[in-house]
Design a protein around this ligand. Structure first.
Ligand SMILES: Cc1cc2nc3c(=O)[nH]c(=O)nc-3n(C[C@H](O)[C@H](O)[C@H](O)COP(=O)(O)OP(=O)(O)OC[C@H]3O[C@@H](n4cnc5c(N)ncnc54)[C@H](O)[C@@H]3O)c2cc1C
Length: 153
C-alpha cells in the first residue's frame, strides 16, 4: 500500500538484527578456535603461549561470553519462529551479540601478538569484520534507543 513502506521495512528489521547476531556469535566462536589453535603452537620463552595462565583465563572468559550470547540468541530465534520476537528483544540480542563479538575478537587477537595485526592471519580479518556489526542493521546506539523506549523512557 502507498505510504506503508516504512512499516513494511520495520516489520523485517527484527529478523535482520537476528541474522547479524547469528553471525556475531559464529565469528566470536571462530576467533576462540583460531586463538586456541595458535596459542598451542606458538612458543614464547620456550613454552606454548596456551600454557600461560593469562591465556587460559582470557579464553575461558571469552568462551563464557559466547555461551551467554548463544543462550540469548537461541531464545530469540525460538521467539522469532513463534512470531513473538519483539523489536526491543531483537535490539537487545543485536546489541549484546555484536558488542560481545567485538570484545571477544579483540581479546583473542591480543593472544596472537604482532601476527594478530597482519592480514595473513584470519584473526585480523575477523577483527576487521567485527567492527561493522555494531553499525549496520542499526547502530548500537539506535538499539539502545529502541530498548529504552520499551522501558517507557
Ligand atoms: C558495510 C555496510 C553495509 C550496509 N548494508 C546496508 C543494507 O544492505 N541496507 C541498508 O538499508 N543499509 C545498509 N547499511 C547502512 C547502515 O544500516 C547504516 O550505516 C547504519 O544504520 C547507521 O546509519 P548512518 O550510517 O546513516 O549513521 P548516522 O545515522 O549518521 O549515525 C551517526 C552516529 O550517530 C549515532 N546516532 C544516530 N541516531 C542516534 C540517536 N537517536 N541517538 C544516539 N545516537 C544516534 C549513530 O549511532 C552513529 O554513531 C550498511 C552499512 C555498512 C557500513
Amino acid at each position: 500500500e502507498e505510504g506503508e513502506a516504512f512499516g513494511y521495512l520495520g516489520h523485517n528489521l527484527p529478523q535482520e538484527r537476528l541474522t547479524v547476531a547469528v553471525g556475531s556469535v559464529a565469528q566470536a566462536r571462530s576467533a576462540i578456535a583460531a586463538a586456541i589453535d595458535y596459542t598451542k603452537n606458538r612458543k614464547a620463552f620456550g613454552t606454548p603461549v596456551a600454557s600461560f595462565q593469562n591465556t587460559k583465563f582470557e579464553l575461558a572468559a571469552c568462551s563464557t561470553e559466547v555461551e551467554a550470547a548463544q543462550a540469548m540468541l537461541d531464545r530469540a530465534v525460538s521467539l522469532h519462529v513463534e512470531g513473538e520476537l519483539s523489536a526491543a528483544d531483537a535490539a537487545r540480542v543485536k546489541l549484546f551479540c555484536t558488542e560481545m563479538q567485538q570484545r571477544v575478537v579483540d581479546r583473542c587477537l591480543q593472544l596472537f601478538g604482532g601476527y594478530g595485526y597482519t592480514m595473513e592471519y584470519p584473526i585480523a580479518r575477523l577483527y576487521t569484520d567485527a567492527r561493522v556489526a555494531r553499525i549496520y542493521a542499526g547502530t548500537s546506539e539506535v538499539m539502545k534507543v529502541i530498548i529504552a523506549k520499551s522501558l517507557g523512557l
